[in-house]
Write a protein that binds this ligand. Structure first.
Ligand SMILES: *Cc1c(COP(=O)(O)O)cnc(C)c1O
Length: 368
């Protein structure tokens, strides 16, 4: 039999380890940060930021998380099979899908007067109050009621009749930038838009916003990225515990001579004799091709430069500088103590969110 754990791990090209204890600790750090009376939701869209929503949900359930947010209706309907807690979806009210929301008790984030009207018609048709969150756009200009729509709503509050308003919300554009004046401006606009409704609960903060000022907390925080270990305060050390570790294996090692090249396009020319390790990792695993010739992977504590193109299944690294040369089959760190997702993202010209949500399907996943 080859089915024991050790063998099942050995047959994988690379290993993704997700620390659910750290995820729980990160959630609790938000509970500690939240001002008294402010609850902490879990934002678990995009398969829990790529980490596997079922496991993420089970972990947050154990911490008594009372509210979940996702982006799409399909994500919400999947979650509904796993929890009885309130589930809201940012993407609004999908035309023609209203029955799904009602049947599974999904709370739409209503992003326009048209959304509000359509949902209100449902309350009339079904003769029941339906739960809703109303999203005021305070500067992001993507989703939510803009200034004119907000004013129309304030002038005619009958538009809200029959709706069970769970929250008013808005979303920060620049909370990760400690120097941006926009965060405070959005807060002021949100306060103005909601001033006429002192009894309705309010939610403004993503992960980064939470750390900017407790004035912004209101009644519900909506952290996502920081739960998964990304840094919500890029200007200072990461207050979160790391959640993700990614390791791969060396498939082959070869000595190369000055003047030779490596990989597709032969873009890397060796300027001296050295050794190259070919590792099992590629853009099909979400390891971005923009990392070709940039950044490092780690052998033990030593950074080995990525050389040549990142291909679908393989990455090549220069191991010539290592004192004790590695062997075929040895482990190479992609993400872990020596390099976190934020660091790798910066080198790739992207953000940690994209590194996580791109994490591939071929990795052996260990939840610890
Ligand atoms: C994704 C999202 C969040 C969570 O943001 P993070 O930066 O991951 O903490 C909160 N609110 C809205 C509207 C979102 O789309």
């Amino acid at each position: 039999m080859l089915s024991n754990d050790l063998h099942s791990r050995n047959k994988s090209s690379a290993w993704l380890s997700i620390d659910l204890g750290a995820l729980a600790a990160n959630y609790n750090l938000f509970k500690d940060q939240a001002k008294p009376g402010c609850a902490v939701a879990g934002v678990i869209k995009a398969d829990g930021y790529g980490l596997g929503v079922d496991k993420v949900l089970a972990t947050l359930e154990n911490q008594d998380c009372a509210f979940y947010f996702v982006a799409t209706l399909d994500e919400a309907l999947h979650l509904r099979k796993l929890t009885q807690k309130p589930i809201a979806m940012f993407g609004g009210l999908y035309h023609g899908a209203e029955d799904y929301y009602i049947h599974d008790n999904i709370i739409p984030v209503l992003n326009s007067l048209a959304d509000i009207k359509a949902w209100q018609e449902q309350t009339q048709n079904h003769d029941i109050p339906l739960p809703a969150i109303i999203h005021f756009d305070t500067g992001m200009n993507r989703l939510g009621l803009g200034q004119d729509e907000t004013q129309s709503l304030l002038n005619d509050q009958d538009r809200l009749k029959g709706l069970k308003l769970e929250y008013f919300m808005s979303h920060f554009a620049c909370a990760d930038d400690v120097g941006s004046p926009m965060t405070q401006e959005q807060y002021e606009r949100f306060k103005t838009a909601t001033a006429a409704f002192p009894t309705i609960k309010k939610s403004l903060c993503n992960s980064a916003g939470t750390f900017r000022s407790s004035d912004y907390h209101f009644d519900l925080l909506r952290p996502g990225m920081a739960l998964y270990g990304l840094n919500p305060t890029p200007e200072q050390d990461n207050p979160m515990r790391p959640v993700v570790k990614l390791e791969t294996r060396i498939l082959q090692i070869r000595n190369v001579k000055k003047g030779e090249t490596v990989g597709y396009g032969a873009i890397h020319h060796f300027e001296k004799d050295t050794a190259v390790a070919t590792v099992a990792l590629g853009y099909a695993d979400g390891f971005l091709r923009s990392l070709s010739g940039k950044g490092h992977l780690y052998y033990k504590d030593t950074a080995c430069p990525i050389i040549g193109r990142v291909s679908m299944d393989l990455v090549t690294i220069d191991i010539g500088a290592l004192n004790t040369p590695p062997q075929t089959g040895d482990i190479i760190e992609v993400l872990g103590p020596y390099q976190d997702a934020d660091t790798l993202a910066k080198i790739a010209g992207t953000i940690g969110y994209e590194i996580l949500t791109d994490l591939g399907r071929r990795y052996h996943r260990d939840y610890i």
